[in-house]
Design a protein around this ligand. Structure first.
Ligand SMILES: NC(=O)c1ccc[n+]([C@@H]2O[C@H](COP(=O)([O-])OP(=O)(O)OC[C@H]3O[C@@H](n4cnc5c(N)ncnc54)[C@H](OP(=O)(O)O)[C@@H]3O)[C@@H](O)[C@H]2O)c1
Length: 291
């Protein structure tokens, strides 16, 4: 399939840039979508002649419900309409575990609404529901490590640190996404994937602290206390390091079967413990305040 025209939304993001690199390395002609999701004319122009769309654009990191609705839900609606018009052959979409259009949590609800728009359309699709992803520019492990520098001598454990996570290495997610191009059996499917290590947040925080060489006292804090504090401190920030959606990640287990990648994609994902070196880089604290 290496001659097909591919368009990638959200190509400049954390996962999108890994995907673009891998597609290029494997000889695919992939172009980054350069407009905004709610610009139908631009979408129409850029979808011309496109056979496959990877959809990764999202306002998740901005932490604003209105933007989430605008980009993740209404943007997906525009994309579906214009993809239908352009007769796109396949839509490959990155979503999250636990999505549900009736969820109490805005991010999971928006992703659920997005998924529903896609599976109700007549387009051929594959939806990949991924666990939280880690890698050089992630906004999970980097945030925990960076914030701990400010909360000395403590590390905060939202919700008591009991939530289980199964982080997936960003390049492994990209590898799964590229494999889908040659997997007609995954058309019309919703695939759930995660890494192979299931770890409670309290243990994950300890692992991060060990990796970055910080000694911190773990302090369990109830989410009912953290949410308003976070709103107070971060609501004026255009790109807040910790958003309400980030907090919501601690409300539900972020897990899938431990062999999910192996079973569906035939390879074993990279281990968390072997790939945390990026957390030791200098300037991590400044990273928190990047756009
Ligand atoms: N990161 C994770 O752990 C994780 C886990 C599971 C699923 N996901 C999902 O995977 C997808 C990609 O996540 P990510 O972490 O790579 O996100 P990200 O780093 O925040 O990237 C988001 C991308 O969307 C683009 N974007 C935002 N608003 C847009 C708009 N109005 N029109 C067009 N493009 C827009 C951004 O471009 P600009 O910078 O130009 O705005 C950026 O390229 C999201 O749907 C996310 O929910 C992420």
């Amino acid at each position: 399939m290496a001659g097909e025209n591919i368009l990638v939304t959200g190509a400049t993001g954390f996962i999108g840039s890994s995907l673009m690199r891998l597609l290029a390395r494997q000889g695919y002609q992939a172009r980054a979508y350069s407009g905004r999701m709610n610009d139908p004319l631009r979408l129409r122009q850029e979808l011309e002649g496109i056979e496959i769309v990877y959809h990764l654009a999202s306002a998740e990191r901005r932490g604003r419900r209105r933007l989430l609705q605008h980009v993740d839900v209404e943007g997906a609606e525009r994309l579906v309409e214009e993809s239908r018009r352009a007769r796109v052959g396949q839509l490959i979409v990155v979503s999250r575990l636990n999505t549900d259009p009736n969820s109490h949590y805005p991010l999971l609800r928006a992703k659920g609404e997005m998924e529903r728009l896609i599976w109700r359309s007549e387009l051929s699709y594959t939806i990949v529901r991924s666990a939280t992803v880690f890698g050089l520019h992630d906004r999970f492990l980097n945030v925990i490590a960076g914030l701990s520098a400010w909360t000395w001598p403590f590390v905060v454990l939202p919700g008591g640190g009991k939530t289980p996570f199964q982080p997936l290495w960003v390049e492994d997610l990209a590898r799964c996404l590229v494999q889908i191009l040659d997997r007609p059996d995954l058309r019309g499917e919703i695939v759930e994937i995660a890494g192979e290590e299931r770890i409670r947040f309290a243990d994950l925080a300890q692992l991060i602290m060990r990796t970055v060489g910080m000694q911190r006292i773990p302090v369990p804090v109830d989410l009912r206390l953290l949410r308003p504090t976070n709103r107070l401190l971060m609501s004026w920030w255009p790109y807040p390091p910790v958003t309400p959606f980030f907090m919501d990640l601690f409300s539900q287990s972020d897990i899938a079967p431990v062999d999910s990648v192996l079973r569906t994609f035939g390879f074993r994902p990279n281990r968390l413990i072997d790939n945390l070196g990026y957390l030791r880089r200098p300037g991590l604290r400044r990273y928190l305040f990047r756009r």
